[in-house]
Design a protein around this ligand. Structure first.
Ligand code: NAP
Ligand code: F7E
Length: 350
């Protein structure tokens, strides 16, 4: 049996870890790469030489390319649709994934993060592959937004707080709807924040570790952040891509699962821990926009606050309860918060 997977968002943090994972398991991996004026394939360049990796230009805003790519895959592997061994896994990770930016480009965010999912699901149906397809949708803890209960599990009501969260909620429900309406194997993973040395540089964890590296090298003198008191349930992306795969192997059939570490930390804590690993002892003085983080050993002021990084509507705290995934899928996150911070710091402070 050919193991075949299509990954949208293959050039992103999760796409790169997932591709590595699938290639190691013997899959033929097909990836959709968004055209960009500068190189955007750094995270998968080390996989380029593998014959089992097939990249095609495409975009979730363009049905014609989704149709062309899926038809090419069908032609190559699934000509005989009656073969009971056929299995085609589709991981929809492509998205405009930055919450703050989604307030600035809300319509584009809706087109890609909401309608893009619909385009992909419809393409699977129109190519006649819905019976053999196993579809994974990258849902997010941002759908819980202004949380109505703590911690959040699969039954917690949603209350998104950004165009990103709202668009992802559409995708979450359309995935469930296509599962129920057309009997498709379609699942959503409601993933809490997951990070790594491959995390995009404008997400807070990576912004902190890159700044720390630059400060040590004398290339940057301060780090300017937004809401220091936001709490997030931060795990490692490598653990989470394994959970995505497990959702598509579930012998009980398609279902939705939360993936989370079940503990949360503030942005402030992340900063303190990262800086401590390189010998700084960060303490805080002042409040609000005047708050400053300084190193008690030298008195040097290093961390400042700017409203430039505040969001029009903030998600103050997210804490997951991944009991269902742990029980049914046997999934557990292996990387602790301390290990995550340490790995990111070491990678950015070389
Ligand atoms: P990421 O690093 O921002 O990667 C996003 C990927 O989507 C990139 O490959 C990007 O291409 C691609 N993309 C953007 N716009 C596209 C378009 N119009 N058409 C096709 N592809 C497009 O995000 P990530 O952290 O890996 O997250 C993967 C998925 O999980 C995303 O859907 C995200 O919203 C969701 N999610 C992430 C987290 C998290 O904490 N990381 C948590 C929950 C859910 P470029 O490389 O060209 O930009
Ligand atoms: O912000 C606060 C900010 O941008 C985390 C995406 O992967 O996870 C991610 O979304 C918190 C927020 O991630 C800065 O206000 C303070 O409260 O790293 P972030 P996010 O918004 O949680 C979810 C699960 C996704 O699905 C998304 O795709 O940190 N914060 N100061 C800051 N955030 C940023 N970016 N920059 C700051 O300077």
């Amino acid at each position: 049996m050919s193991k075949v997977a299509l990954v949208t968002g293959i050039t992103g943090q999760d796409g790169s870890y997932l591709s590595e994972f699938l290639l190691q398991k013997g899959y033929d991996v097909w990836g959709i790469v968004r055209r960009s004026s500068s190189i955007n394939t750094e995270r998968i360049d080390h996989l380029y030489h593998q014959n089992a990796l097939n990249l095609r230009y495409g975009d979730l805003s363009d049905t014609s390319c989704l149709l062309a790519i899926i038809n090419e895959i069908k032609e190559k592997y699934f000509k005989d649709l009656s073969n009971v061994n056929n299995r085609f896994e589709i991981y929809n990770l492509g998205a405009m994934s930055h919450v703050k930016v989604s307030f600035e480009i809300p319509e584009y965010t809706a087109d890609v993060d909401a309608v893009g999912t619909l385009r992909l699901l419809n393409t699977i149906r129109s190519t006649g592959l819905s019976d053999i397809a196993r579809f994974y949708q990258a849902s997010t803890s941002e759908m819980y937004g202004k949380v109505v209960e703590v911690p959040q599990n699969e039954n917690t009501p949603f209350y998104p707080r950004s165009p990103y969260g709202v668009a992802k909620l559409y995708s979450h429900w359309i995935t469930k709807n296509y599962r129920e309406a057309y009997d498709m194997y379609a699942c959503s993973g409601i993933l809490f924040n997951h990070e790594s040395p491959r995390r995009g540089p404008t997400f807070v964890t990576r912004k902190v570790t890159i700044a720390l590296g630059n400060i040590l090298k004398g290339k940057q003198d301060k780090l300017v952040l937004g809401n220091l008191d936001a709490k997030r349930d931060w795990g490692h992306a490598k653990d989470y891509v394994e959970g995505m795969w497990l959702m598509l192997q579930n012998p009980n059939g398609p279902d939705d699962f939360v993936l989370s570490t079940n503990e949360f930390h503030t942005v402030r804590e992340f900063v303190e821990k990262a800086f401590a690993l390189k010998g700084f002892d960060i303490q805080w003085k002042g409040s609000g926009l005047s708050e400053v983080g300084y190193d008690t050993k030298t008195g040097r002021e290093l961390i400042f606050v700017s409203e430039k990084y505040f969001r029009p509507a903030e998600v103050e705290e997210l804490l997951g309860d991944s009991t269902k995934a742990r029980t049914i899928l046997g999934w557990t996150p292996k990387c602790s918060f301390d290990e995550l911070v340490s790995e990111m710091v070491e990678s950015d402070c070389l």
